[in-house]
Design a protein around this ligand. Structure first.
Ligand code: 1GP
Length: 243
């Protein structure tokens, strides 16, 4: 089944979803082995592969990590590219992210144009991506040179998410930034949830099961966790998805 259809089906059934984010630049072989063993033991819906670095060999590292993932688990792998140079062959789907919280044309259209021919024919999921202030400067903010939306500006965040759906994006992603001090607050998640009908993804700074459950309770259909598992892959069982 295509990745988006699977997400939609689970959303319709009220099943909360959980993705593990692997940054190919931040994982050693040992770490990857342990993490993939944990992924197989826990309820993980899919693996996201991505990072925000601008190094030249990102794709090469991602391809090696993907190869390893394929030998260790049959979970679907979704590419979460920071830019056009992050594209890699052989993933199950690619998130086609538009940073609609920002006004940098590179992340609204330029990377899309430059990757279009390469991606044509693959499963590509257009996603309205909103960077929300997570209490520290995130790499997304630095790389994209855009300003995150303030958590108190709920109405503007909601309007942006609605615009994302109207523009034809298939999902909305509320991102506090990897390693955020504060995840996206429940009040923001629920306000957005109430106004959109497409799946809602939440990520950034989710370190505990309580934080994950609170994002689900506020309306997240899918949560993404990376950083805490980079530090300790065995944390997956304690942070992981609600049964
Ligand atoms: C994916 O950036 C997040 O949306 C992942 O954030 O690394 O803080 O879990 P963490």
């Amino acid at each position: 089944m295509m990745v988006l259809n699977e997400i939609l089906r689970k959303k319709q059934q009220g099943e909360k979803q959980f993705a593990v984010l692997i940054d190919p630049e931040k994982c050693s072989d040992n770490h990857l082995n342990s993490l993939l063993a944990e992924v197989n033991k826990n309820r993980v819906d899919f693996i996201m592969l991505g990072g925000s670095s601008s190094s030249d060999d990102f794709s090469l590292k991602a391809a090696l990590v993907l190869e390893k993932i394929r030998t260790k688990t049959d979970k679907k792998v979704v590419l979460f590219p920071g830019n056009v140079s992050h594209l890699v062959d052989g993933v199950d789907a690619v998130l086609f992210l538009s940073l609609i919280s920002g006004r940098n044309p590179d992340y609204l259209i330029e990377n899309h144009v430059r990757s279009a021919r390469y991606l044509k024919g693959s499963e590509v999921v257009p996603v309205g991506y909103l960077l929300i202030d997570g209490g520290r400067r995130s790499s997304t903010e630095l790389v994209s040179k855009t300003t995150p939306m303030l958590v108190d500006d709920v109405s503007r965040i909601v309007d942006t998410a609605i615009a994302g759906e109207l523009l034809g994006h298939k999902m909305i992603y509320l991102e506090a930034g990897s390693g955020a001090k504060r995840p996206v607050p429940p009040k923001v998640i629920s306000a957005v949830k109430n106004e959109i009908s497409i799946p809602l993804i939440v990520g950034g700074g989710l370190r505990t099961r309580e934080a994950v459950v609170s994002a689900y309770d506020a309306g997240a259909d899918l949560v993404v966790v990376g950083n805490v598992l980079e530090a300790n892959p065995f944390a997956l069982s304690s942070v992981g998805a609600r049964d």
